[in-house]
Write a protein that binds this ligand. Structure first.
Ligand code: NOJ
Length: 723
């Protein structure tokens, strides 16, 4: 609810056709800056006249409040009706203080932490002049070759839904006119993450049943949480690009889900209808997108060049145009922009909030909670008594650990591993060397000798490996997802001289770590941890923090296993022999097991958690009753820690093939040294619903199993019946 009672309908009545169309156009802020001379070319390509430029409704991509104020002031004085611009930006995992990439935040299994971080980002961004963020990205994914998996929470629809809704609630709060809050935009509807072969922007062909069961729930959860805007995806979905896909945007989104918010195209997606070969020219593209429900055209020649004409020719009704414009004006009203076009932002506020100690502290905590201890033969945590420390690898001393989509964050603002370890252990003798590059095509081994010498002379070695930041994110798919370059070789050489070694990993996707797993005694996955990444790494390595993250995307053994995900349907010929062996005429591979190296839900701790019992209060239920589940976990160690307790379900018989496991609930709990905790869950009938062969959302009576543990290691299982 906004406090503003500005009369947007009265304003609409005063607007000319060009002014109305202008509200539906979004241009990059470089079109609006003080010196726009250098964009004459792009301006012509987009077909934006100078007259239209002063009437556009929104902009994206800018760097500071000063820039926002300058653009807003000039725009409002040039615009006859003084309508404020909307400033939108990709605030994905922080505005200036950067927390871990969403794939890492998902691994925290902690929606409250996600909320805290999103609120921090919202405050900073709002102070910096941002009114709306293109977040949350909730694309469901199964293929780590796709570079944008770093923006997601992984391969489980429930986790995606919970984390997506948490972000919407945190960014928007109860009232988006509150200067601490900004509006949110859920993206990319739909199934952008289903790109064939993991190649960005590629075709998506997915059955309706699969879409509804796995890909849609998180978008729907964000809509139910009140998200004000939605962005359709670039890809074609079952033959039709999302921005022109009537089934998707009209039937599912509007008719079934009742979404009445703003639809904004992705960057040039309207123009790309031409490249897709769906529209003959920009005018057709504009017509298709508008008729489908696209309110704002982001950075394409579609609406700029043709929407006025389409209205004049009667191809687009003025009534429909007014409805779209009113939605944009209403968002401006809800944000309070007619009263305060800066939404409470100011240079002073921005300076005070961005990278303040409190925000850095939260970013560090988030980086600690997101890190996943993939392997540990006991070498970690290192004792602080180790005096000689070698930090080796391309990520040893770099601040380039923010990850893609880091908004206004800078590498130079990040605490590197070297900075973090030095701050934690000021008296240690620390040697830092890169050893090699992390680029796939740089096979230079000339740094090996120095690294090997450093390792020989050290008590402990911290190997800092990974893939460069730009190897994940938009347009950054990889065909092979091993550690790039000669990093595996470096690891082998180091281990040969010093076994007291742990590897830290910095990467934006699950990598194939089979070789590294065979080489090093311990692996700590840091993802791209953000501004305080090095401080978090130091705390985790030396035991001041205890790892508690769990992977939310399977880490394959081989890229040939992709797409790989834990919740896959049962086959008629499942593999029944040990996973490293080929089983002829069963669903298996020659030369590679079926199981991933690290499954969904896997993550170790320095504590020793023992799952003692799984109890159900009854073994029968109906659609009106419920089952209470209790799981008891003991911390069998002298160290307090956190555990994400996961509850899985398997529907044993149904009319369509069901997944071998589905996560139905989780809770992250803190368990003190030697303590025991009981975690309670409630099972209700809607948890068993699925889309049957006719795409009806049903549950069917029958036998079910519930289990706890992680996807490939279900420690305790119980059976019950739904009557
Ligand atoms: C393209 C990306 O696909 C989308 O996620 C982003 O929000 C827009 N560009 C704007 O930067």
């Amino acid at each position: 609810m906004s406090k503003s009672n500005f009369d947007t309908r009265a304003l609409l009545k005063k607007m000319t056709l060009e002014e109305k169309v202008g509200q539906l156009i979004q241009l990059n802020s470089m079109f609006l800056g003080e010196t726009t001379a250098d964009i004459t070319g792009p301006k012509q390509e987009l077909g934006v006249s100078d007259s239209m430029l002063s009437k556009i409704g929104s902009t994206l991509n800018f760097h500071s409040f000063a820039e926002v104020k300058d653009i807003q002031d000039r725009h409002m004085s040039a615009d006859r009706l003084h309508i404020p611009l909307l400033f939108m930006m990709d605030v994905i995992h922080g505005y200036k203080t950067i927390y871990p990439i969403p794939l890492g935040m998902g691994a925290s299994f902690d929606p409250e932490l996600v909320k805290e971080c999103s609120k921090m980002a919202s405050k900073e961004a709002s102070a910096g002049g941002v009114h709306l963020t293109f977040t949350p990205m909730v694309d469901y994914v199964r293929d780590p070759r796709w570079g944008r998996v770093m923006e997601t929470c992984g391969e489980d629809p429930l986790l995606n839904s919970i984390m997506g809704a948490a972000q919407v609630e945190a960014f928007q709060g109860d009232d988006i006119s509150n200067p601490d809050n900004i509006a949110a935009c859920v993206k990319h509807f739909a199934a952008y993450g289903g790109a064939e072969a993991g190649r960005d922007y590629n075709t998506v062909e997915i059955s309706e049943r699969l879409l509804r069961e796995y890909y849609f729930p998180a978008y729907k959860a964000c809509i139910d949480a009140g998200v004000v805007m939605l962005m359709p995806s670039f890809n074609s979905l079952n033959g039709v690009p999302s921005i022109a896909n009537k089934w998707l945007l009209q039937k599912v989104l509007k008719e079934e889900w009742g979404f009445d918010g703003i639809i904004i195209s992705d960057y040039n997606a309207v123009g790309e209808l031409k490249t897709h070969g769906i529209a003959e020219n920009y005018k057709d593209a504009a017509l298709m997108a508008f008729e489908c429900g696209c309110d704002i055209d982001m950075m394409s020649a579609g609406y700029c060049s043709s929407l006025c004409r389409l209205v004049e020719e009667g191809k687009v009704s003025e009534e429909k145009l007014d409805k779209a414009v009113l939605k944009v004006l209403e968002l401006k009203r809800a944000l309070g922009l007619f009263e305060d076009p800066y939404h409470g932002g100011s240079a002073e506020k921005e300076k005070a909030l961005c990278l303040c100690p409190e925000h850095r502290e939260l970013a560090r905590k988030a980086a600690e909670e997101s890190a996943v201890l993939l392997k540990n033969n006991g070498v970690l945590p290192f004792s602080k008594d180790n005096k000689k420390i070698a930090l080796i690898g391309p990520f040893a001393s770099t601040g380039a650990i923010r990850g893609s989509w880091s908004c206004n964050g800078l590498d130079s603002e990040c605490v590197s591993v070297a900075d973090g370890v030095k701050a934690l252990l000021p008296d240690a003798e620390i040697t830092v060397c890169n050893g090699c590059s992390a680029e796939w095509n740089i096979l230079d081994r000339s740094g090996f000798d120095e690294a090997i010498n450093a390792a020989k002379n050290a008590d402990i070695v911290i190997l800092c490996l990974g893939e460069p930041q730009h190897y994940s994110g938009e347009g950054s798919s990889r065909a092979d997802i091993v550690l790039p370059g000669v990093q595996n070789e470096l690891a082998k050489e180091i281990i040969a001289v010093n076994k007291n070694t742990a590897a830290l990993l910095f990467n934006g996707r699950p990598l194939v770590l089979t070789e590294l797993d065979e080489t090093v005694p311990a692996i700590l996955e840091m993802w791209f941890p953000g501004t305080e990444g090095g401080a978090a790494a130091a705390n985790l390595l030396f035991g001041d923090a205890n790892p508690s993250g769990k992977v939310t995307m399977s880490f394959p053994r081989s890229v040939g296993q992709c797409p790989i995900y834990y919740n896959h349907p049962s086959t008629g010929r499942p593999k029944t022999i040990p996973d490293d062996r080929h089983q002829p005429y069963a669903s298996s591979y020659i030369g590679c097991g079926n199981l991933p190296l690290y499954p969904f839900g896997h993550g170790l701790s320095y504590s020793d958690f023992v799952y003692e019992s799984l109890t159900l209060d009854t073994d029968k239920m109906t659609s009106d009753s419920e089952i209470k589940v209790s799981i008891t976990v003991r911390n069998n160690s002298g160290r307090a820690g956190k555990e994400a307790v996961q509850l899985y379900m398997h529907d044993l018989f149904a009319s369509t093939v069901r997944p071998i496991q589905s996560l139905i609930a989780f809770k992250k709990v803190e368990i003190g040294a030697g303590e025991t905790v009981t975690v309670d869950f409630t099972i209700t009938e809607p948890m068993f619903r699925f889309y049957n062969a006719s795409c009806e959302f049903v549950s069917e009576p029958g036998k079910f199993e519930v289990s706890t543990g992680h996807a490939d290691n279900l420690i305790l299982t119980k059976t019950f019946v739904l009557e």
